[in-house]
Design a binder for this molecule. Structure first.
Ligand code: NAD
Ligand code: IPM
Ligand code: MN
Length: 363
C-alpha cells in the first residue's frame, strides 16, 4: 500500500531536522517493506519569499490529498517585522485551521540516560510520563476581534478568547479517552478564578467526567500547574487545556526530558489527515550550524507511523533506535549542555539510522 506523506520543512532548523525524519522514514520503508511517497511543500518564511504568502493554496491542497503531514518549524528574524497576517507563524495557524487539527498531543517522558541533561534533580524527573492535550484551533489564538483599536480617542488593543461549548467538549472528551488507556487521571488546567471561558471549561469537564467513572478528574489553576510541573511532575497523567496555556506549559514541561529538542507532537484532525511536528521552533540562534537536536522531529515521525498508519512495530523500532543512541552516550549540544561537546545534527541522524537498521539489536 502506498502512503502519501506531505512534508513541509519550513524555516531555520525546521529544514535540518525534517531531512532527518525523512531519512529515518525511508529507512523504515526499506527495513519493513513499506512504500512511503514524500511530497514536499512550502510553509512559513520560505513560502513568503517564494510566493508572498505564508501558506500557499497549493500547499493546503497537497496536504489535503495526503495521508499525513510532517512539519518542521516556521519563523525567523527575517520576517519578524512583517504585519501579523503576513508572518510565517500565520501559515502554521492557518494549516491547523484548514486541516481541522483540533487537538495537539504533547507527550513528555523521562529518559533515564538523560537525567544529567535536565537542570532539574533526578529525584524530581525520574519516571515522569505525562501527556499534554492542547486545544489547537480555538481559544485566545483565534478569537475575533483581534486588532488595534481606540477607546475615547486613545490607542487600545483587543484579543479575544472565544470557544463554542462543542469545541471545549470534544477536546476534553479526547483527554478522557486517552487517560482511560493510561493511568486514568485527567488534570484540567484553567483560570476559572478569573475567566468566564475557564468556568465553562470546568463545567464541561465535570459533564464529560460523568461518562468516564474510572477516570479521576482534577481541576488546577494554570499558575499553580506551571509550578507543580517542576515541583512534582509525576503527579500528572493527562493534562488538558486551552490553546495558549498548552503552548506555554509544554515548553516548560520539555525541560523535564532534558531539552525542548526532545519533544514530539501529533496534531489530530477531525477528518483523519493528522499533522506531526516537534514542539520547538525554527531556533534562529542555532540555525544553519548543523547542531540542532533532530529527536523531537524523528519521534514525531514515529508517532505518525503509529497513529496515522497503525504501524506499531515500526514506530517502536524508531523509538528504540533513539533510545539506543542516547544510551550509547551520544548527545547533540542542547543535551550535552554545550554546543561544542555535542555531535552534529547529521551525525545524530546517521547514528539513529544505523541503530534502526541494526535490527537484531532493537527488535
Ligand atoms: P525556539 O523553539 O525556536 O527556540 C528556543 C530555544 O531552544 C533556542 O535557544 C533554541 O536554540 C533551542 N532549541 C529549540 N529547538 C531545538 C533543537 N531541536 N535542538 C537544539 N536546541 C533547540 O523558540 P524561539 O526562539 O522563541 O522562536 C524562534 C522562532 O520560531 C520564532 O519565529 C517563533 O515564532 C518560531 N516558532 C515556531 C514554532 C513552530 O513552527 N512550530 C514553534 C515555536 C516557535
Ligand atoms: C508551537 C508554536 C506556535 C504556537 C507558534 C509558532 C504559532 O509556538 O507550535 O508551539 O504558538 O502554537
Ligand atoms: Mn510553542
Amino acid at each position: 500500500m502506498k502512503r502519501k506523506i506531505a512534508v513541509l520543512p519550513g524555516d531555520g532548523i525546521g529544514r535540518e531536522v525534517t531531512r532527518g525524519a525523512v531519512e529515518i522514514l525511508e529507512a523504515v520503508g526499506q527495513q519493513f517493506g513499506h512504500d512511503f511517497e514524500f511530497h514536499f511543500g512550502e510553509i512559513g518564511g520560505s513560502a513568503i519569499d517564494r510566493t508572498g504568502s505564508p501558506l500557499p493554496d497549493e500547499t493546503v491542497e497537497m496536504c489535503k490529498s495526503s495521508d499525513a503531514v510532517l512539519l518542521g518549524a516556521v519563523g525567523g528574524p527575517k520576517w519578524d517585522q512583517q504585519p501579523l497576517h503576513l508572518r510565517p507563524e500565520r501559515g502554521l495557524l492557518k494549516i491547523r485551521k484548514d486541516l481541522h487539527l483540533y487537538a495537539n498531543l504533547r507527550p513528555i517522558s523521562y529518559y533515564s540516560s538523560l537525567s544529567e541533561s535536565s537542570p532539574l534533580k533526578k529525584e524530581i524527573i525520574e519516571g515522569v510520563d505525562l501527556l499534554i492535550v492542547r486545544e489547537l484551533t480555538g481559544g485566545l489564538y483565534f478569537g475575533k476581534p483581534s486588532e488595534r483599536t481606540t477607546l475615547d480617542g486613545k490607542e487600545a488593543v483587543v484579543d479575544t478568547l472565544f470557544y463554542q461549548k462543542s469545541e471545549i467538549k470534544r477536546i476534553i472528551e479526547l483527554a478522557f479517552k486517552l487517560a482511560s488507556t493510561r493511568r486514568n487521571k485527567v488534570t484540567s488546567v484553567d483560570k476559572a478564578n478569573v475567566l468566564e471561558s475557564s468556568r465553562m471549561w470546568r463545567e464541561t469537564a465535570e459533564e464529560v467526567a460523568k461518562n468516564y467513572p474510572e477516570v479521576e478528574l482534577e481541576h488546577m489553576l494554570v499558575d499553580n500547574a506551571a509550578m507543580q510541573l517542576i515541583r512534582n511532575p509525576r503527579q500528572f497523567d493527562v493534562m488538558v487545556t486551552e490553546n495558549m496555556f498548552g503552548d506555554i506549559l509544554s515548553d516548560e514541561a520539555s525541560v523535564l526530558t532534558g531539552s525542548l529538542g526532545m519533544l514530539p507532537s501529533a496534531s489530530v484532525s477531525v477528518d483523519g489527515c493528522n499533522l506531526y511536528e516537534p514542539i520547538h521552533g525554527s531556533a534562529p540562534d542555532i540555525a544553519g550550524k548543523n547542531v540542532a537536536n533532530p529527536m523531537g522531529m524523528i519521534l514525531s515521525a514515529a508517532s505518525m507511523l503509529r497513529l496515522s498508519f497503525g504501524l506499531e512495530k515500526e514506530a517502536d523500532a524508531v523509538e528504540k533506535a533513539v533510545q539506543k543512541v542516547l544510551d550509547a552516550g551520544l548527545r547533540t549540544g542542547d543535551l550535552a549542555n554545550s554546543p561544542i561537546r555535542g555531535v552534529s545534527t547529521s551525525q545524530m541522524i546517521a547514528e539513529i539510522k544505523a541503530a534502526l537498521l541494526d535490527q537484531e539489536a532493537i527488535l
